[in-house]
Design a protein around this ligand. Structure first.
Ligand SMILES: [Fe+2]
Length: 484
């Protein structure tokens, strides 16, 4: 049986699977110089199907996780990329074909893999308490060796994870190094159960609380502040009977309200603040003043995911799916039915917001995000996707933008401080830029305060990097604390 990917847009052209593992010692620097002060490793994970799907209209959320690393030392950058050996990847590699069916639908799987973990480790790769963890929100994370990218195995906090799932968007509180995280669909696919955890800086779970959401939905990202955690319930809804019938895992339901579930840090009680229907996914940052919570997130009128259909059958609406970075303000002592307010911070639609993680959970002045459009800057190549990087001061709305270039799209950017105590937002921004004409990818090292200037350095990766989701910088000092 030949290996042949579907003749569908998601598997052809710039979205064709890459399926390549390997390493390059000393990436070519095509412009500038790599700063000697950058010492550590940028890890990121892509979603790249190892085998053709046997279901129609599959999409990259359902593709295998492939972790890539860029190790910076002495002005050199060494590159390595390797699939995570999830039980699912190992079983399919042995069979030389897909055995798992539709996105998060165990009822569509080959019966030979019944009961095996469906985790793909394809959404984020993060460091905590000496471990590198690749994660997807439908399963526990998978520990990966930080030098070789060999798979160590599933990490369940030494068995203390009582949820069946763990978010791909945990937050690390810079005050004490604790990992603040949760699992949704925590009692199984489509269940409304949420488990909230905090693990201390040694990686031991020290707090656990369970809640029930107003309805079952995707809880992809969330907000963490010094005194609160907030669960956004956005109406990409799930339903077990629909899933069993072979329907989509999520549908967009424009008739449902949004809820923000507010819980005091290490608390056990939730209050659900109600708001009108809208879409949001990633959080740039959030903070509180003891009473009010401020959450910065791109907000759109409708879902940004075209592969999850509208419950009414309405076609995907690109105009209404545009997300504009906005600030939600919520009075934690107020009436939950009064909800929360929203103020738009930019006029440029985009996503993949990130911040200077040393200021995560605190009032801050620096963020980056990718943009699909910049008013007054028309595109002449017709290429859709994220075409600009922006840096933004969320307090003033002041932005700088950087165009990726013709036939080029950008992946998620990360901020890197040159030294641990560098001032807020002073440092570098790393970003992968896909060059579609040459099917290659550049890694840009940018001055965080002048992202619109010539890059500090440009490194060339001679393959197109698989479409990525998230990644993080791990410093040399952190890597020295590795466990396992
Ligand atoms: Fe995400």
């Amino acid at each position: 049986m030949s290996v042949r990917f579907p003749d569908e847009p998601g598997f052809q052209g710039r979205f064709a699977p890459v399926r390549m593992e390997g390493e390059i010692r000393g990436l070519e620097v095509t412009q500038g110089e790599v700063p000697d002060v950058l010492r550590g490793t940028y890890y990121r994970v892509g979603a790249d199907p190892a085998w053709p799907p046997f279901v129609d209209h599959d999409f990259y959320f359902n593709a295998d996780g492939i972790v890539s690393m860029f190790r910076f030392a002495g002005g050199y950058v060494d590159f390595r990329t390797r699939y995570v050996r999830t039980p699912r990847f190992v079983a399919e590699r042995e069979a030389r074909r897909s055995l798992f069916g539709a996105y998060r639908n165990p009822y569509s799987d080959d019966e030979s893999v019944a009961g095996l973990s469906r985790g793909l480790a394809n959404t984020n790769v993060y460091w905590h308490a000496g471990r590198l963890l690749a994660s997807k929100e439908d399963s526990p994370p998978v520990q990966v060796d930080p030098d070789t990218l060999d798979t160590v195995g599933e990490w369940t906090w030494e068995g203390d994870l009582s949820s069946q799932t763990a978010t791909a968007h945990p937050k690390i509180d810079p005050r004490d190094g604790s990992l603040v995280f949760f699992g949704y669909a925590a009692k199984g696919e489509t269940t409304p159960d949420i488990a909230y955890y905090e693990a201390d800086s040694s990686g031991r779970i020290v707090h656990e609380a369970w809640f029930t959401a107003p309805y079952s939905s995707m809880i992809h990202d969330w907000a963490v502040t010094e005194h609160f955690v907030i669960f956004p319930i956005i109406p990409l809804t799930s339903d077990l009977e629909r899933l069993k019938a072979g329907g989509p895992y999520y549908v967009w339901d424009g008739s449902r309200d949004v809820y923000l579930g507010v819980v005091p840090r290490r608390g056990t009680n939730v209050r659900w603040f109600r708001g009108t229907n809208r879409f949001a996914s990633h959080i740039m940052n959030a903070f509180d003043d003891g009473r009010h919570v401020y959450i910065d997130t791109p907000v759109g009128e409708k879902s940004a995911f075209p592969w999850f259909p509208d419950i009414t059958g309405a076609p995907f609406d690109p105009e209404k799916s545009r997300g504009y970075l906005s600030r939600w303000t919520l009075d934690t002592r107020g009436d939950p039915d009064e909800g929360f307010s929203e103020a738009r911070l930019t006029s440029c639609p985009g996503e993949f917001p990130r911040t200077d993680e040393r200021w995560a959970t605190s009032e801050y002045r620096f963020g980056v995000m990718n943009l699909t459009e910049v008013p007054g800057q028309p595109l002449d190549d017709g290429l859709p996707g994220f075409r600009w990087l922006a840096s933004i001061d969320p307090e003033t709305g002041q932005m700088r933008t950087r165009f990726a270039g013709r036939d080029s799209t950008v992946q998620e950017a990360v901020f890197v401080p040159p030294v641990p105590d560098a001032p807020h937002g002073h440092g570098y921004v790393l970003q992968l830029v896909d060059r579609h004409t040459t099917a290659s990818t550049d890694l840009l090292v940018l001055d965080a305060r002048r992202i619109d200037a010539e890059p500090v350095a440009t490194l060339r990766i001679p393959i197109r990097m698989p479409g990525g989701l998230h990644g993080n910088w791990v410093s040399e000092d952190q890597l020295a604390q590795r466990i396992g």
